[in-house]
Design a protein around this ligand. Structure first.
Ligand SMILES: C[S@@+](CC[C@H](N)C(=O)[O-])C[C@H]1O[C@@H](n2cnc3c(N)ncnc32)[C@H](O)[C@@H]1O
Length: 348
C-alpha cells in the first residue's frame, strides 16, 4: 500500500506526459489515478474485484448528472425485494444491517451493472466505501459498528455486537449515495485515458495485448509475504459484488504468499508477464513490506527479474519507512520491525 505522493514522485521522476505506466497490483488505483492527473496513461490489473471496481470508478468517472439521475432512477424503481432473499442470508446479515437497509443493498447488488457500466461502477464503488465502518461516528455507514478497512468475521462480529447491545442502524441508502456522489465530485475527479482489467498479474501482457513494448515505467506494491489475505479481509465487500455469503480464503488458489520460494517464483512469473509490454530501458518502482529485510528483498527482486528474462542494470533500495498504524494489523504475523522498503529497479 502506498500514498499518492509515492506514485506522484515516481511518475515525475521516471515518466513524461502521455507515457504508459503500469501497475499489475493496482489495489485502490493510486498509481493509475495519479498517472491520469499528471497526463500519463495508466494500465492497472488486480485479481480482487473490489480493487477493480474502486480503481475503475476512479479513472473512468461518469458525468455527475448521469450519476445522480441513475441514483434517482434506482431509488424510484426499488420496490423492496422479496423477504425470502433476506431470510435466506446467514444470521450475520441481520445483525450487521437493518432489514430495510439490507433490502436496498440486495436490490443494488442485483441491479448494478458495475462490470460494464461506468455510472453503475461508480455507484457500486460508493456503496463499497460506505458498506461498513464506524457507524456510531458517521451516519453515512450502512452497517452496525465495524472497522472500515477490513470486514470482521461473522461469529466474532455477532459476539462483539451482542456483548455491547449494538443494533444495526436504519439507513436510507439512496439519499446517502446521492449526497456522497455530490461530495466526491466537489473534491474533483480525473477524466482519463487510464484503464483497469480484472485478472492475474501473471497474465499482464495477455490482458493488455495491444501494448507491446510501450511501457517504460511500472509503479507497484505486490502482496507482502505472509501478511494478509485480501479476499478474507474484504469478504463483505466481495459479497456485495456477488461473492459468497461468508468469508473465503485464497481467492488466488494457492499458498504463494506464505511460502518464500513460491513467493519469489510468483513474482518472477509476474515480471515475465510484464516483459513483452516493456520498452528496452525501463524502471520498476516497487514498495514491499512484511517480514523480509531490505537486503533480502533487494537480492530476491534482482534474482526474480533476471529469472524472468530481464537484465538488471541497477537495483537501489531507496528508502525504508515505518508502517503507519493502520497497516499494523496486517503485519501482525511479522516478528520483525514493521517496515516497508522502496526499490527502483532499472532493467533492460
Ligand atoms: C499491496 S496491495 C496494492 C496496493 C496499491 N498499491 C494501493 O495503493 O492501493 C496488493 C494488491 O495486489 C492484489 N493481488 C494479489 N495477488 C494478485 C494477483 N495474482 N494478480 C493481480 N493482483 C493481485 C491484491 O488484490 C491487492 O489489491
Amino acid at each position: 500500500m502506498f500514498p499518492e505522493s509515492f506514485a506522484a514522485d515516481a511518475l515525475l521522476s521516471f515518466s513524461r506526459p502521455n507515457d504508459y505506466v503500469l501497475d499489475p497490483f493496482v489495489g485502490r488505483g493510486t498509481t493509475i489515478f495519479q498517472a491520469s492527473l499528471l497526463g500519463r496513461r495508466g494500465l492497472g490489473i488486480d485479481i480482487n474485484p473490489v480493487a477493480v471496481c474502486i480503481s475503475g470508478a476512479k479513472v473512468n468517472p461518469p458525468e455527475l448528472t448521469t450519476l445522480l439521475s441513475r441514483i434517482k432512477s434506482l431509488e424510484r424503481s426499488f420496490g423492496g425485494c422479496d423477504s425470502g432473499s433476506v431470510e435466506a442470508l446467514p444470521d450475520f446479515f441481520s445483525h450487521c444491517f437493518h432489514r430495510e437497509t439490507l433490502m436496498q443493498l440486495l436490490y443494488l447488488r442485483t441491479n448494478l451493472l458495475w462490470m460494464t457500466d461506468p455510472a453503475d461502477r461508480f455507484i457500486m464503488a460508493l456503496v463499497l466505501g460506505l458498506l461498513h465502518g464506524e457507524s456510531s461516528r458517521s451516519a453515512r455507514y450502512f452497517s452496525n459498528q465495524m472497522p472500515r478497512t477490513i470486514s470482521t468475521k461473522p461469529n466474532y462480529s455477532i459476539r462483539w455486537w451482542n456483548e455491547r447491545g449494538l443494533l444495526p442502524p436504519k439507513r436510507d441508502v439512496f439519499p446517502i449515495l446521492f449526497e456522497d456522489a455530490k461530495w466526491r465530485y466537489s473534491c474533483g475527479t480525473a477524466s482519463t485515458h487510464s484503464s483497469v482489467k480484472h485478472g492475474d498479474a501473471r497474465r499482464t501482457s495477455e490482458l493488455f495485448s495491444g501494448f507491446k513494448n510501450q511501457v517504460g515505467l511500472v509503479i507497484t506494491s505486490p502482496p507482502y509475504l505472509d501478511v494478509t489475505d485480501y479476499a478474507e479481509d474484504q469478504w463483505l465487500r466481495l459479497w456485495m459484488l456477488g461473492g459468497p455469503v461468508s468469508p473465503s480464503r485464497g481467492i488466488y488458489g494457492d499458498d504463494r504468499y506464505r511460502d518464500i520460494n513460491r513467493y519469489w517464483s510468483f513474482l518472477e512469473e509476474v515480471w515475465s508477464g510484464c516483459l513483452p509490454m516493456m520498452k528496452a530501458d525501463s524502471r520498476f518502482v516497487i514498495r514491499i513490506g512484511g517480514k523480509l529485510s531490505g537486503e533480502e528483498l533487494r537480492c530476491g527482486l534482482i534474482d526474480s527479474f533476471e529469472r524472468a528474462g530481464f537484465t538488471v542494470i541497477d537495483a537501489k533500495l531507496t528508502s525504508t519507512t515505518d508502517v503507519v498504524r493502520r497497516e499494523t494489523s496486517r503485519l501482525r504475523r511479522s516478528k520483525n520491525r514493521n517496515v516497508e522498503h522502496d526499490f527502483v529497479i532499472r532493467v533492460a
